[in-house]
Design a protein around this ligand. Structure first.
Ligand code: PEP
Ligand code: MG
Length: 880
């Protein structure tokens, strides 16, 4: 194995049960590279290879597409390692080593980037391969595939404007027409060795005529070109669209995997496939997937030939099927999540080429999470994290109305690839589908097969229907992830792109006609079919279905119960902390809260990916968390194992006459520093965790209700100390700020002193209004109506900033704060931040942000923009 030099190690080897990397290193090695290393480590049959890190991608883009100088030698060591393990040699004329070069970003981006297979072939090595394998057809099949992929991806021999087909495809089609005159549906596997030789020669001519150069013969030149093309594909159009949709940062970059080829195309004892450890559409625990015999992996995912379901393999090659079943179990028990994996069978021996957590529908996510808990693979809190919140609405989405579907006309059946029901006007092309959707239509994208170029159309469509391709085809994979309804491989459909017609049996449909697809059953219906509420809504609201009739409902209910339990556990730990009389007890309860807080912060940091995250330390009066009636106190007493009297007494002790002016805000952290300590620890541990994934984190810790500089000093000491501790423990560096809220008049009055400690101010205008006016936030409703009528106040000061009073304090605090710390960041976090006239006032004060509830963000943005324009207008007026 190569030696690890901190930042100059650019190449990570794997092979023969040993690997430099492991599954946790996705940021550096990409998802594919990290898991190839992990699978190698756990003894799965993975062909050897190496991964070039994402750091090289960053270097490549920062240095005009050049590479670090150390890379070449490290790659040579990588190739030597493969040669040693396999007893083959790269470019050898006896026993040549061929490699696959594949992209691999941190998060999988199915089909978005480029792959090159069979690299290392040239006019000499192809002859060696033919001799060695005793299979001339196979060797030439590899060679023609290589020239096509390399020509397309690296040399840019692609469709030009005005051409209907990819140029390599056109060459294949015309050769087939010569070899099999009159036969329209010729599979590639029917072309024999001589035909393939002819194909190679025509491909090379095509490359020469398009690029003006000969196809590169030197394997090292080929490798260099391929690696550059894979890094280059990170910035191709479809990868950019995909990243935008899924908020994948551009800085992540991709890794490149160079791996020894294993061959699924040596004949009928070989094949390639893609499988899932469970059904990714329904979530059912069945071995699910598909394969093609005598094929390389690209044939399966490209959707050109419709593959066979994996259970067929049990009939065709029992031993390979049994091995795959074994691998399926190993994968699930090791990765503890549903896996989506690629395999190749070479002459009856199974090899693993990739595994990753499988994309799944919302329906499947809920079912898999629930069942994995039952199978004791994961604990229930993990199950909660396995269902992306935004996917939950998929299980609540409509299905076809039972009565309507009975009378609808079924026109074709395909594979159920993305569940749900969708009706819409059909379009045969992504651009026109997008136009239709933009003009307000519900559209279905209907294609013979989809390719990554169709991504925009898929995003715009309600549903996707294809005539070819299996459940692991690009269309199916992307549809499931986006929660789109999808039926694929409906082979009865005859689609003609030129005439924009779809013929099925006796019927014809044209662009703009309606079809309906049921992605749960894999059915296609004529016309628009009425939809009905999801099973869950039918159980809960309509009561038209009983819980026991719906597995979906039962899983959903289980998940929701765990959610309440999680919330319950958290509030119980909070209550335990509040009820604690001794510091030790309080620390114990705080330790239970720490993981919840850390997880929340980590989620937030990931979501914000580098944007500043403001975190306010504990603020509300503690009694707000405690149960006040006897029944609830009894319940809590049982849970915590203490007497109800003890709880009642503590609640009584904590009672305050005026809690809003009581023991709250930073006063909690002053009296119980361990509370602030736990919060700081949660912030920094989460930051360290997220930074390790390569995401930037910028926490801005905000201390509430400060009135005295010393209060802030004491809290700062805690925060900085914990930051140092965590930095040392986790070998991390943090980029954070600590600031304060200005929400007590005293703080506004001495803002110059406060600004010595505080790196930013955020006006808590709710409290600032309450304390400046001496009017309770909670009790002023009883007289403010009369005040407004009598015109004592123009507007409710809790809704719109009292500009002459509270506003004056704010103005003063801004000026004093800037005096001490000229560039100090100023903002507002009271409710007023979403009210138009207050937003405009804040603009005039020169605050750099307002914050408000998500629902009021558009209002606040509009008001801020208007204030900015008014300012420009006033300035122009002044100049005139
Ligand atoms: C405020 O006082 O304006 C504020 C933002 O804090 P809270 O309303 O939570 O006291
Ligand atoms: Mg406040």
């Amino acid at each position: 194995m190569a030696k690890a030099f901190a930042s100059t190690k650019y190449v990570y080897l794997f092979g023969n049960k040993k690997a430099d990397g492991d599954g946790s290193m996705k940021a550096l090695l990409g998802g594919k590279g990290a898991n190839l290393a992990e699978m190698t480590r756990i003894g799965l049959p993975v062909p050897p290879g190496f991964t070039i890190t994402t750091e090289v991608c960053a270097y490549f883009y920062a240095n005009k597409r050049a590479y670090p100088k150390e890379l070449r030698a490290q790659m040579e060591a990588g190739v030597t390692n493969m040669e040693r393990i396999l007893g083959k040699k790269f470019g050898d004329l006896e026993n040549p080593l061929l490699v696959a070069v594949r992209s691999g970003a941190r998060d999988s981006m199915p089909g978005m980037m480029d792959t090159i297979l069979n690299l290392g072939l040239n006019d000499q090595t192809v002859i060696a391969l033919a001799k060695r394998s005793n299979n001339e057809r196979f060797a030439w099949d590899c060679y023609r595939r290589f020239i096509q992929m390399y020509g397309d991806v690296v040399l840019g021999v692609q469709k030009r404007a005005g051409e209907d087909h990819e140029p390599f495809e056109t060459v294949i089609e015309s050769l087939k027409a010569e070899l099999f005159p009159g036969d329209k549906q010729v599979e590639d596997t029917r072309i024999d060795a001589n035909g393939l030789k002819e194909l190679v020669s025509r491909f090379k001519k095509l490359v020469k005529s398009r690029t003006g150069r000969e196809f590169p013969e030197n394997p090292w030149d080929q490798l260099k070109g391929a690696i550059g093309a894979v890094f280059g594909s990170w910035m191709n159009d479809r990868a950019i669209v995909y990243r935008r949709k899924y908020n994948i940062p551009q800085e992540w970059g991709t890794a490149v995997n160079v791996q020894a080829m294993v061959f699924g195309n040596t004949g009928e004892r070989s094949g390639s496939g893609v499988a899932f450890t469970r059904d990714p559409a329904s979530g059912e625990r069945v071995f699910y997937g598909e394969f093609l015999m005598n094929a390389q992996g690209e044939d399966v995912v490209a959707g050109v030939r419709t593959p066979e379901p994996v259970r067929e393999l049990a009939r065709k090659q029992r031993a390979s099927y049994a091995e795959l079943e074994r691998i399926r179990k190993v994968l699930e028990s090791h990765f503890k999540d549903m896996q989506d994996f690629e395999f190749t069978i070479e002459e009856g021996k199974v090899f693993m080429l990739q595994t990753r957590n499988g994309k799944r529908t919302g329906l499947a996510a809920v079912r898999i999470a629930c069942e994995m808990v039952k199978e004791k693979l994961i604990p229930w809190p993990t199950a909660i994290t396995r269902v992306p919140a935004e996917q939950l609405d998929q299980v609540l989405a409509p299905v076809f109305d039972r009565a309507a579907i009975r009378s609808a006309k079924l026109i074709a059946k395909g594979l159920p690839a993305g569940p749900g029901a969708a009706s819409g006007k059909i379009y045969f092309n992504a651009e026109r589908a997008v136009e239709g959707a933009n003009s307000g239509e519900k559209v279905l994208l209907v294609r013979i097969e989809t390719s990554p170029e169709d991504l925009r159309g898929m995003i715009a469509a309600e549903g996707i229907l294809t005539a070819r391709g299996g459940v692991s085809s690009h269309a199916a994979l992307v549809a499931r992830q986006m929660g789109k309804v999808c039926v694929c491989g409906a082979s009865a459909l005859h689609i003609d792109y030129h005439t924009k017609r779809l013929d099925v049996g006796e019927q014809t449909f044209r662009e703009g006609d309606y079809l309906s697809v049921d992605g749960t059953a894999g059915e296609v219906y004529a016309g628009q079919v009425k939809t009905a509420a999801s099973e869950i809504i039918q159980v809960l609201l309509e009561k038209s279905l009983k819980p026991e009739q719906s597995q979906t409902y039962r899983n959903y209910a289980q998940l929701m119960q765990w959610c309440s339990q999680a919330e319950g556990d958290r509030i119980d730990a909070m209550r335990e902390m509040i009820l604690a009389e001794k510091t030790d007890d309080r620390r114990r309860a705080l330790a239970k809260l720490l993981p919840y807080q850390r997880e929340d912060f980590a989620g937030m940091f990931e979501e914000l990916s580098g944007l500043p995250a403001t975190i306010r330390f504990l603020d509300p009066p503690l009694h707000e968390f405690l149960p006040h009636d006897h029944a609830a106190q009894t319940q809590l007493a049982e849970k915590l194992g203490v007497s109800v009297e003890k709880i009642a007494k503590r609640v009584h002790d904590l009672h305050e006459f005026n809690p809003m002016l009581g023991h709250r805000g930073c006063r909690l952290g002053i009296v119980y520093p361990e509370i602030s300590e736990m919060q700081a620890r949660a912030v920094f541990e989460a930051a360290a965790e997220v930074q390790k994934q390569g995401i930037k984190v910028r926490p801005e810790i905000m201390i509430p209700l400060v009135g005295f500089p010393k209060e802030l000093q004491l809290q700062l000491e805690v925060v900085h100390r914990v930051a140092k501790e965590v930095a040392a423990e986790r070998k991390a560096k943090f980029n954070y700020l600590v600031g304060t809220m200005i929400e007590i008049p005293r703080a506004a009055l001495i803002a110059d002193e406060i600004a010595r400690e505080a790196e930013f101010f955020s006006f808590g205008t709710n409290d600032l209004t309450q304390t400046t006016l001496g009017m309770s936030r909670d009790d002023s409703g009883s007289f403010l109506g009369a005040y407004a009528e009598l015109e004592i106040v123009k507007q409710n000061p809790f809704a719109s900033i009292d500009q002459t009073g509270v506003g004056k304090l704010m103005e003063m605090a801004c000026a004093l704060g800037r005096k001490t710390r000229p560039g100090i960041k100023l903002g507002i976090c009271g409710e007023h931040g979403g009210e138009p006239s207050s937003v405009k006032f804040c603009h005039r004060l020169g605050l750099s942000y307002v914050s408000c509830s998500p629902f009021r963000v558009p209002i606040a943005r509009l008001a801020a923009a208007q204030a900015a324009l008014e300012e420009v207008k006033a300035a122009r007026g002044g100049r005139k």
